[in-house]
Design a protein around this ligand. Structure first.
Ligand code: DON
Length: 308
């Protein structure tokens, strides 16, 4: 199977590329409009020495919401389940990622899950560190360990661009502060959150992180990078909420634990098999990579990867 990836992946990437025409770059974070909407790429890492990549895989992009599974993992390692799930729930919302509606409608006012923006902000407030910069340094060190790439950093232009325009996220954070879900300074929290979202990666980095999650927290050398229980919780949220209000359709059509970001990345963990990284910045109306979802459908069907 492995030696077939080359030509087959190339063909699937080109089939998926056609769908980039039907998507749109995220423009509510102005710096994200610099991407090429026709880009589409994939990397597959199954723990062997080579990572198979096709398409525009040299393009680097920011994690955006993919960072939410990484802060969740770090918060669980730092504090344990009880503390984390005191701040944030475990249920899917069926709402868009930046929705405020359930925060007020649902009592107590804690966000329903760590994948929507409100929940991610609450989780980010748990990351240990004296300042936003100290927190982001810790998070980057953690992502370096997971990806095996020691040179990761955040894109300061993208972080600043989001910080200047993140009024919806600010309002979510202020709402939660009023209701005691978070206690820290909102601007400091937004500074950390926008930097975590701006951590820059490649498809290969995503595939390698996905592999660790798929492999119950161990990297390809058998070294435990995150506890197996944390990897299990993260993968479960990826299934139930990773693609937001498209998670149900994605489970049926692709059936792989996955987390998307508005810069066009999708990180996938195929349990006990492989990690897959996708990049395709043209998004559908729910904020997921439009060609990336198509490509994953083709890959999942061809290699029978659905977990269901
Ligand atoms: O908070 C935001 O709106 C962005 N930094 C991240 C949102 C995102 O990636 C949603 N994903 N599909």
């Amino acid at each position: 199977m492995v030696c077939e990836y080359g030509s087959e992946l190339k063909r699937m990437v080109e089939v998926a590329r056609v769908h980039t025409e039907n998507g749109k770059l995220a423009d509510y974070i102005p710096a994200l409009t610099k991407a090429n909407p026709n880009d589409i790429a994939v990397s597959i890492f199954d723990g062997q020495s080579t990572c198979f990549s096709e398409g525009n895989y040299n393009q680097r992009f920011t994690l955006q919401s993919i960072s939410k599974i990484l802060t969740l993992a770090l918060a669980l390692i730092d504090h344990g389940e009880e503390v984390v799930f005191d701040k944030v729930g475990m249920e899917p919302t069926g709402d868009p990622f930046n929705s405020i509606v359930k925060l007020e409608a649902h009592k107590p006012s804690k966000p329903l899950n760590p994948m929507i923006n409100a929940g991610a902000l609450a989780v980010s407030s748990l990351i240990l560190g004296e300042s936003a910069n100290e927190k982001v340094d810790r998070l980057i060190a953690f992502v370096c360990q997971l990806s095996g790439n020691d040179f990761l950093t955040y894109n300061a232009e993208v972080a600043q661009s989001e910080f200047e325009t993140a009024d919806l996220n600010r309002s979510l954070a202020y709402f939660m502060k009023q209701h005691g879900v978070i206690t820290e300074d909102v601007e400091e929290l937004l500074s950390f959150y926008t930097k975590q979202c701006a951590i820059e990666v490649s498809c290969e980095d995503l595939a390698r992180i996905g592999y660790v999650l798929a492999n119950k927290g161990k990297n390809e050398d058998g070294i435990e990078v995150i506890p197996a229980d944390v990897a299990r919780i993260v993968k479960t949220f990826m299934v139930t909420c990773g693609m937001y209000n498209a998670s149900g359709e994605f489970a049926i059509k692709v059936g792989i634990p996955a987390k998307s970001g508005v810069a066009g990345g999708i990180l996938c963990a195929v349990p006990n098999k492989m990690g897959i990284g996708i990049y395709g910045p043209a998004l559908d109306e729910k904020g997921n990579s439009i060609a990336g979802m198509k490509l994953l459908e083709l890959i999942s069907e061809r290699y029978e990867l659905s977990i269901f």
